[in-house]
Design a protein around this ligand. Sequence first.
Ligand code: MOS
Length: 692
Amino acid sequence: MTGLLEPRAIGRGFTRRDGPAKVTGTAPYAYEHPAEAPLYCYPIQAAIARGRCVRISAVEAESLDGVRELITPFTAERLADTDDAELAVLQDCEIPFRGRVIGLVLAETSETARHAAELVDVQYETDPFDTRLRADDPDLYQPDKVNPSFPTDTSEGDFDTAFSGAAVAVDQTYRTSMYHNNPLEPHTTTALWENGMLTLWDSTQSVHSVRSTVAKVFGLPAERVRVICPYLGGGFGSKGMPHANVVLAALAARTVPGRPVKLALTRQQMFSLAGYRTPTIQRVRLGADRDGRLESIGMDVVEQTSRIKEFAEQTAAPARMMYAARNRSTSHRLARLDVPVPSWMRAPGECPGMFGPEVAMDELAEALGVDPVDLRVRNEPERDPESGRPFSSRHLVECLRTGAERFGWDQRDPRPGVRRDGPWLVGSGVAASVYPAKRMPGSSAVVRYEKGRYAVEIGAADLGTGAWTILPQIAADALDVPADSVDVRIGDTAFPEATVAGGSTGTASWGSAVVAAARAFRDKYGADPGDGDEAQAETPENPDEKDYATYGFGAQFAEVRVDADTGEGRVSRLHGTFAVGRIVNPVTARSQLLGGMTMGLSMALHENSVLDPRFGHVVNHDLAEYHIATNADVEDLRADWLDETDPHLNPMGSKGIGEIGIVGTAAAVANAVHHATGVRVRDLPITLDKLL
Ligand code: MOS
């Protein structure tokens, strides 16, 4: 039990406190931090996929007016810690992937820096390289664990025997593409090295992890690094852990003490320096009896990492806990390629990992002649199939049933390819969503009484998700005061430690610390505190975490229209119904769920980073060619939720909602496309060439 708060401010749709500043362009982003006489950085990137640079000639570049410095592997400061090869930039001449930073220009204007960078002549020695992900690559290996610390392989019962004896079976291979996080605000930093202190205004989902990482890399005590980020223009995980750009900005600042420097990755540079979602190849095997009860679930995933740093996406994780089946087997294998370092992108693991299985469920339903909603209901487990623990709450069946009713699923004719509306073939599909509901230890908050108001301080991040708005709601209920009497201060390492805005754990983790601090404050000072009274507390342990499996669930229903002549597709309706604990703020929550669903729709129809194996770079590395969904792709987009009370999670009763919206969406769309056209697309995106 976590001592659920009585919801008064919680549950109300306060509009975003940061909204006016953001929409009027007055919320200062990292790059815009006012700085006196800044210098500007421009990274020089390797133009080969593997090898080394042997000479860097910069006579012409250095003679340009306004060029202050060219930092190369030959001149750069030696970093104190180079364990993380992604961050160990300009330390040697080796090139492990195309786009690796091999130089940095510092100049009086950003235009001069960029111009000079283009004038630098680099000579290379090239080595053979490989950037192609293949399921039959003989060098595939088994990583020690998958993100963040799950076993790579699992096995229960006797999968092989059960699957080979299955009355009805699906055995198919599904593919998801390489995807790039494209927050509107790129990865940017303003850095100042002054009086032995490094200050970074950095666009990040975690000021404290930037501080600890940068301090380690430069061998500085953490107290000599301050990181500030009150506002972000999106992140989606690419700003969840620091990348090379922040190290470059700090390196540059240390060459010009007392002068601020600014570095903004260009959109194109983000395609090799800011992480991405690995492409996956997923073999999914489902075996069922004639009544549609799953006896065996198998999922074997092949994905890629870079040669210099391992990131193993936990793609098979949801197949371990989603449906009841006594025999199950999952595995992850990695290819170590000459490619940039993959990383977090909204719902790593669950997002790609629910594509194959949820399309396979649709294929199984068709093979059985069972409705796809019913098939999922028939396979609802009583306990978590993986851990054997009860779920703290699991309302997937209710999401499916309620969602089906709201969508109008009952009228559905199961036959594929038979509905026509003018030029359009029309169909509908369903898929389930899931995301873990966790909180992280290690956040701390201060509550202080100042001039008749309450101030809450915590180093949390609001990447557009609503933290500015919901933390005061949580504090208000814990203090039993109106939300508008609470001010919040976030996004600065000057405030108490906060864990990353990632894994959909922010609200649960920070909110729990805020509640603990508010309760400590009330215990100490009662209802009538004096000016300057304050209390601080950490996110407490949650003993229930060991006894329960904790997840949010959802069901997404898509209706698509595919032009019978051209194959062009539109999602005419996309409806999600979720069971994600208590909703702290319906305005910000709906926006999170719709945002996730939109990104899932985008993954279904468009997103695809096309890597040219001859040169090793993503050729469509900008928003002109890396297509994302727009309003024209979808007409009726809705997210709603069930009332769910879960006392085992945290005092708010909330589950994380930043990521679940993207999970299952692409499968729902692919299943609807099959229902419309009769064509089963198993490799994303669903482009028109696959339908004709
Ligand atoms: Mo999210 S990919 O955990 O920032």
